[in-house]
Structures are given as C-alpha cells and as structure tokens.
Design a binder for this molecule. Structure first.
Ligand SMILES: [Zn+2]
Length: 310
C-alpha cells in the first residue's frame, strides 16, 4: 500500500476539507468560501437540512434559514460539495432523519455522498463506544468513564433513532477516525474501506484533525505541506470553518498565508467524495481486516488520550 498514487492531471498530491457546520451562519463563513473559490479549492461543506425544535448544545444555521440556504445552494452550484451532518443540531428520530435527507435532496438535487456524525446526537451511527472494538472499546469506556455507553443508536435496529438501513441506501461515505497528521492517506492507506462489523456504512473515510483555526494551521503548517507533497499523499482536513477562520470580514492571517502557499503547489483540490471516488477506483473495494481495524483504533485512541482528538 505504500506505492505512490498517480493523481489525475499529473497532480502531485490531493487536499480537501470536510467542514463541520457547527455554529456556522452565512455571515461567519462567507469570506472563507469566497477565498477557497478564488484559490480553486473546492471542498465539502456539511449542512443540517432542517431546524430543530429544541435548543442545541452546539447550534448554527440550518437550511430552514432562507438566506443561509441560498448561500449554501450557491456554493453547491459553484462546485463545492454539500455533505450531511445529521438532520439537525440535536438528536432526531428515524422519521426526522428521513425528512432531513428528503429535504437535502430537494435542495441539492440528490442525496448526500458524505456524512459526519454531529457531536452528541443520539442517532450518530457507530459512534461512542461502538466506534471501537474489543479491548479498544473497553479502553474507550474507561477513558470516558462509561458516559457514552449505549448512547449512540443510529445503527441499533428497533431503536427510535435507527436509520442504519437508510444510511446504507442513501449515503456512500461516512467519516470515522481522525488523526493529527496532515497526510491522512499515510495513516489510512486503504480508505475508503468497508467494515463488515459495521455493515450499515458503505464506506468509511478517515480525516486529519484541525477543529479550529489554530489546530488547523498547526496541522497544515509549511513542513507538513512539503511532506504531503513529497509523499504524494492525500489530506482530508476535518474542521469547523466557523471556529476562528474569519475575523469580521477578514481571514485569519496565518490561515490565509498557509492556504495560499498550499494552493501554489501542484495539488488536486477536489471535494471529499470526488477524492474518495478516485481512491475507490484506484484501490478497489477495500474490506478492512481485523489487523487494519486494530491499527486504526489503536492510533486513534492514542491520539485521544494524548491530544483529546474528537
Ligand atoms: Zn458537529
């Protein structure tokens, strides 16, 4: 798996972002997207298609907000991918998840290709302890003092939150483990992969973690960019563009400098699902082995213990 990938159009590496929609409004991310468009970096922005009825712990705009919906639809028309971040900013039952997906399809003309679970939504799929197996699950439960035991139930048949079958029939890629290194592909060379122990997800992908602007900048710093290029790797950054990337009307200066530098390189800058489609074609359909799963889980748990990874 260490062989170099021949990226399309003679590109040297691939780079994209999955933008978690937490706290985002049209105003607080507008300049970030204008900038990405100028750079020719077409990434993936997630949405909540419907507004929840309850007060969320972490909220943000939804596609029920007209101006925001117009903004996101314009991004989609420009070439950005729109992904799913559950139906809304709090837990949803099965019917609401389906309504969220139907609403998404109405606005964007198709089902989402990519999904990432929202923080503590009960319908998060294979989340909390169910993200891990065997001794790593036990380690996770000890680490979290069993707080997340049985809490996430999107994959549990018979539960009111169950939507595993819907996920399988409507969504292609779901994000799982995140790591602190920029070259996501180095840590997870077999992505996208299917995990037979988690059958309701067609394919999983990993990401590199930079949840807010400081951590993002740290992950994509100059030396890491140069290494990504030299290794011919692929980076899927997982972040929240509403977390400090834009200061009023201005971009956070170091973020602006780093992305300009990266855009100056011979990279393939396409949305997450386009990148994963290419890898799927290139690698074939990978079914993860027990050994590969253990290596992903071990390194993720290690990151969580020492760095507080999400
Ligand atoms: Zn979220």
């Amino acid at each position: 798996m260490s062989r170099k990938i021949r990226w399309p159009d003679g590109r040297a590496f691939a780079f994209t972002v999955f933008d978690d929609t937490d706290r985002a409004t049209a105003e607080n991310i507008r300049e970030v997207y204008a900038f990405l468009k100028d750079l020719g970096m077409f990434t993936t922005k997630s949405v909540w298609p419907i507004r929840g009825k309850e007060t969320p712990r972490i909220g943000g705009a939804t596609c029920d907000d007209g101006d925001y919906c117009d903004f996101v639809r314009r991004l989609h028309a420009e070439g950005f991918e729109i992904g799913f971040h559950n139906a809304t900013f709090h837990s949803s039952c099965r019917e609401d998840t389906i309504r969220g997906l139907d609403t998404f399809a109405r606005y964007f003309g198709h089902d989402p290709a990519t999904h990432a679970n929202h923080a503590d939504n009960a319908e998060a799929i294979y989340w909390g302890e169910d993200r891990l197996s065997g001794m790593y699950r036990a380690g996770y439960n000890l680490l979290t003092q069993f707080r997340n035991r049985g809490r996430f139930r999107g994959h549990r048949e018979g539960d009111p939150c169950f939507w595993g079958d819907v996920c399988k029939s409507r969504i292609k890629y779901v994000r799982n483990f995140v790591y602190s290194e920029m070259n996501t592909l180095r840590l997870c060379p077999f992505m996208p992969y299917h995990d037979p122990q988690r059958p309701y997800v067609n394919y999983w992908f990993a990401s590199s973690e930079g949840p807010e602007v400081g951590a993002f900048n740290g992950c994509v710093a100059e030396a890491a960019q140069d290494r990504l290029e030299a290794e011919g790797g692929a980076c899927i950054m997982y972040t929240h563009f509403a977390y400090g990337f834009q200061e009023g009307r201005d971009l956070q200066p170091r973020f602006e400098r780093l992305l300009r530098r990266l855009a100056g390189k011979n990279g393939w800058f396409v949305p997450v699902s386009r990148l994963l489609d290419f890898l799927l074609e290139h690698n074939g359909r990978n079914v993860i082995t027990d050994r590969e799963r253990a290596s992903l889980e071990r390194r993720w748990l290690f990151n969580k213990v020492f760095r507080g990874t999400s």
